[in-house]
Design a protein around this ligand. Sequence first.
Ligand code: TTP
Ligand code: MG
Length: 388
Amino acid sequence: MERIILHIDMDAFFAAIEQRDNPEFQGKPIVVGGGEGNKGVVSTASYEARKFGIHSAMPIYQAKKLCPDAIFTKGNYHKYAEESVKIINICQTITSIVEPVSVDEVYLDISGSIPFFESKQQIAETLQNKILNELHLTCSIGIAPNKLLAKIATEINKPSGITIIEKNDVEKLFDNMPIEKMFGIGEKTAITLKNLGIYTSGDLGRFPESILVKRFGKFGKKLSYMGKGIDKSPVVPISSSNRNRPKSISNEITLLENTSDKERIKKILLKLTHKTSYRLRKKNASAHTITLKIKYDNFSVNTFNHTVEQAVNYDSEIYKIVINLFDKINLGFRKIRLLGIRLSNLEFAEDPVQLTIFSLYKKRFASISQAVDKLKKKYGERIINIGE
Ligand code: TTP
Ligand code: MG
């Protein structure tokens, strides 16, 4: 059976959410991103702001030069993540084979859904309408025999478009597609390909595979497939097998040198907080009880714990509790040899979609935890090392 893949990409995602939630932003140039003052880069810009040449990854100060009257907002990643979850939930009403690939992009394998609808076009319209009615956001959709072509299709009519690519359209489309516009081909690869006389995706498809393999190794084979519009990768649905539930999550660290330097100890506790809370979030969990363990240079051990009514799982929340516990300790003449944090009394969110979205945001933004920017400012870049 021929596969039918649908790709969806939200229009000006973060900016559209801000426009929806702040009616005074509607129809205006909006720029989301940046940090304090003019620091940082643009996350995204509304289509009104794009007319001035503003785009993702552009430094904020440059965007301000291009359009001083634009509305600049830092953005709220938690809110965006919640919207991503809702989008996936809506996609799952069309089929269960739904794979989120970025914060605002999803693939659906709709091969089996066709009998329930009039046409591919109608599936796309249904999805667009649901998202518009329920979330008041617009999206663009591409439908094609595979993921590669579906993603290309989405880009063709943005914003709010629906584009269907059939197998027979590929040759003409690819002959008109400059090689640097092809997904998965970076700047460097494009230069190398041009040196081989490959200027369009069509050229790539016609180029002898053996030479590409010689030049690029395994990637050469993939390139050759891409040039022919072939992509055999499946849509991998979100797994619901996250049933692995620990009783507690803990991390300890033995210090290289015993110390009573409180600032140093707090930095180490921050690192430990990142580690444990990251593991906690990966399990889609939050904790009611936070325990601080301390081993002194005389090898005696103390534990201190605090239980909260509302379970926590962000670094900032957990770190605050850890520091409160630590500040109450009277070290006296003792030095600390080992520090540990244990998160227990765990509560699990069932939803694997949330977990998937969390990891996508993390991949994109280094950390979803709001605490990170604040902590970076306080302790410097190096101490912030979220992840494992
Ligand atoms: P995109 O889908 O690339 O962009 P977009 O949705 O804003 O606009 P388009 O209509 O062209 O699809 O990215 C989705 C979100 O990811 C975007 O709203 C903000 C964020 N993002 C960044 O933070 N930095 C980046 O460099 C890019 C490309 C996106
Ligand atoms: Mg988008």
